[in-house]
Design a binder for this molecule. Structure first.
Ligand SMILES: CC(C)(COP(=O)(O)OP(=O)(O)OC[C@H]1O[C@@H](n2cnc3c(N)ncnc32)[C@H](O)[C@@H]1OP(=O)(O)O)[C@@H](O)C(=O)NCCC(=O)NCCS
Length: 231
């Protein structure tokens, strides 16, 4: 593990300022920029074919096993301050002008985020907690066709995850979904539509299973639920 101060690309060539760390690069294109000041990068891969893409990582962030796989031009990825990816992430961009914004203090264990179709966005607020095996995608990557008209039916949609949302393991968030502040996505959910603040959603397709909730990273008031265990 090593610390990188700044890595910047000019005219298609990556110029490293500061210590290199464990960053692998495969870049074809011009005007690509990667800025990561005072961050920790461990096994980070920059796999980019395209021009004028920007990756900006906020101070104090710590990324392990993150692959930035960008195809196309004008994409932008921004991590705020003190974000952490602890096990791995594949950040997959296609077409052009995609955007991924991750708010400060958000943590991820292991995620796959696909920003596909021109101008698509994934916006994740501050202090969110994404667990392992999470999939977020703004589009379906392939077309569903209405046979009677020959027209495409499945259009992309931006994803907005508000601040302080907890996404439990093995969940999928599909195109066009908004999730409100303080909400929880329960283990194994497949979320196909938007939900408000302060709810737990779960199942496939996800539905509200509890309302009027928030959550904390800390385990407060640790009392075993014996009644449940003895059932
Ligand atoms: C979101 C979660 C914390 C909610 O726990 P909870 O508030 O104790 O919920 P309950 O056990 O009281 O369940 C409430 C209802 O939702 C249902 N439910 C619970 N989890 C569910 C899930 N993952 N999918 C679908 N339904 C679920 C329950 O069956 C129950 O339904 P009922 O009222 O008809 O009996 C929990 O479901 C979860 O996902 N835990 C995993 C957390 C985890 O993996 N942490 C580590 C990594 S971050």
């Amino acid at each position: 593990m090593a610390s990188i101060r700044e890595l910047i690309v000019k005219a298609g060539r990556w110029i490293l300022l500061g210590e290199r760390g464990s960053v692998r690069q495969f870049i074809r294109g011009k005007g690509n920029i990667f800025r990561a000041e005072e961050v920790t990068l461990n096994k980070v891969e920059l796999d980019i074919i395209g021009d004028y893409n920007q990756i900006i990582i906020g101070r104090g962030s710590d990324l392990t096993n993150v692959c930035f796989r960008l195809r196309g031009s004008g994409h932008r990825i921004e991590f705020g301050k003190n974000c952490r990816v602890s096990r791995g992430a594949v950040l997959w961009f296609e077409d052009e002008n995609g955007l991924l914004q991750v708010g400060s203090n958000t943590t991820m264990v292991e995620v796959h985020i696909a920003v596909t179709e021109p101008g698509s966005k994934v916006i994740i607020g501050e202090d969110c907690m994404l667990a392992n095996d999470i999939d977020l995608r703004t589009g379906d990557s392939h077309s569903v066709i209405d046979v009677s008209t020959g027209k495409r039916l499945n259009f992309p949609g931006n994803i907005y995850i508000d601040r302080h949302v907890w996404i439990a393991p093995h969940s999928v968030i599909l195109k066009g979904v908004n999730i409100g502040e303080d909400s929880i996505v329960a283990t194994g959910a497949v979320v196909t539509r938007s939900f408000e603040s302060g709810v737990i959603i779960g199942g496939n397709p996800a539905k509200i299973i509890k309302v009027g909730i928030s959550w904390s990273r800390a385990r407060t008031g640790t009392t075993m639920n014996h009644e449940k265990i003895s059932k």
